[in-house]
Design a protein around this ligand. Structure first.
Ligand SMILES: [Zn+2]
Length: 401
């Protein structure tokens, strides 16, 4: 929680009204106390100053969907898939999500923390100030709890806000292959009660081969009893009813949505469910992007996230995801930036985040560019000149702060 005076902003995205030119932001005790024209700016007082020299400033990225705590990687599987191997071929060769589950079960808590923290430091350096982290590579009580503890520790030890999600219902583990009902019972009777104190949300992967709508509904009802909000992996590989379920139960978010229908979009808008879109996953799987413009047209709040995971979307950079959303999904730059900042905050129920207005969190990214259009226009380049968390410069050129 620090004070900071940010001056000489050439282009300020506040997410409230039009962008401003020649702006100043003042942060006190970690929160924005002024965002407006330089001509009306308050005194600098004793605050350290960042002089932007015309650079663009926007809210820090809020990455609302990741699976970034895991062991191992799936580079071999990637090469197989690029050469045309099917899902079944990959599974037969020992790849797929179960290979990550096996590696993660074998990893110590410290090793999981160290590898995840390296990824998160790169995210911070690329402008991310809030991240959601899911469990889901343990699929047994002990490992799921270990993953949630690591996620919590990242938020405690690194300059980033973390929200945690229990995703024990990611996949049916191999030891329950012939007793999936037994795994759902275990989730509800033992895993959820133990995980709830470590988690903000419960997520279920609703998909052919993962969990059905009816199984997911049972899990979400139990999760609600433990005080956990709902997020749903929905309509990623096929239309399976996950989006309608998200609307029915009042989930905070429905995520992926590559195969969503217009009827589902209207239901999400009516229920106030945020659509978390992850264009990196569609890109890596060479599948069509989710219909972001259609969702926005129907009044759905849209967020953009990396879906950082070792199998289908090993993205750490929100900037690259914004570029995919603009170039491949058809969002405007303004829509994509809003989705990666304010949209992410809405998807995590975080009022006062994802905006630069009086009272909002002092989480900012200064781009080494004069406007945010440079983000989609220059994919693969980290344009975060400084990342500012709660009024403190935490990455990039760190003078002053
Ligand atoms: Zn996911």
């Amino acid at each position: 929680m620090s004070d900071l005076f940010v001056t000489g902003i050439g282009h300020l995205t506040t997410n409230e009204g039009e962008a401003m030119v020649d702006a100043v932001v003042k942060v006190e005790d970690g929160s924005v106390v002024y965002a407006g024209p330089g001509s009306d700016a308050p005194d600098q007082g004793p605050s350290p100053r960042v002089e932007c020299e015309g650079r663009a400033v926007l809210p820090g990225f809020v990455d609302s969907h990741t699976h970034l705590v895991f062991a191992g990687d799936r580079a071999g599987e990637f090469s197989m898939k690029m050469a045309g191997a099917s899902y079944a071929d990959v599974a037969k060769s020992g790849g797929g999500i179960l290979s990550t589950v096996a590696a993660t079960r074998d990893a110590s808590e410290d090793d999981l923390f160290v590898s995840a923290a390296i990824r998160v430091r790169r995210m911070i350096a690329a402008g991310t100030t809030t991240v959601e982290i899911k469990s889901g590579y343990g699929l047994d009580l002990e490992t799921e709890l270990r993953l949630l503890r690591v996620a919590t520790r990242i938020g405690n030890e690194l300059p980033i806000t973390v929200r945690t999600t229990f995703l024990g219902a990611h996949f049916v583990p191999p030891e329950f292959r012939d007793d999936r009902g037994g795994y759902v019972d275990l989730l509800i009777d033992e895993m959820l009660p133990a995980a709830a104190p470590l988690a903000d949300y419960c997520d279920v992967f609703v998909e052919e081969g993962a969990f059905s709508v009816d199984e997911a509904r049972r899990i979400f009802v139990a999760a609600k009893g433990h005080g956990l909000g709902a997020r749903v992996h929905a309509e990623q590989l096929a239309h399976c009813g996950g989006a309608a379920l998200a609307a029915e139960i009042g989930a905070v978010s429905a995520d992926h949505l590559d195969h969503i229908t217009e009827g589902d979009a209207i239901a999400l808008a009516d229920a106030g469910v945020v659509a978390v879109l992850v264009p990196g996953a569609s890109y890596m799987m060479r599948s069509p992007q989710a219909p972001g413009p259609m969702l926005i047209q129907h009044g759905v709040s849209v967020a953009l996230a990396t879906d950082c995971n070792p199998g289908t979307s090993y993205f750490e950079s929100t900037g690259t995801v914004i570029s995919l959303a603009v170039v491949q999904m058809g969002l405007t730059t303004e829509q994509a930036i809003h989705a990666a900042t304010r949209g992410g905050a809405l998807a995590l129920g975080m009022e006062g985040h994802g905006a630069i207005t009086t009272g909002s969190a002092g989480d900012l990214v200064v781009l080494d560019a004069p406007s945010p259009v440079h983000i989609p226009y220059r994919p693969g380049t980290n344009l975060a000149w400084k990342t500012i968390k709660a009024g403190r410069v935490v990455a990039g050129d760190q003078s002053p702060g």
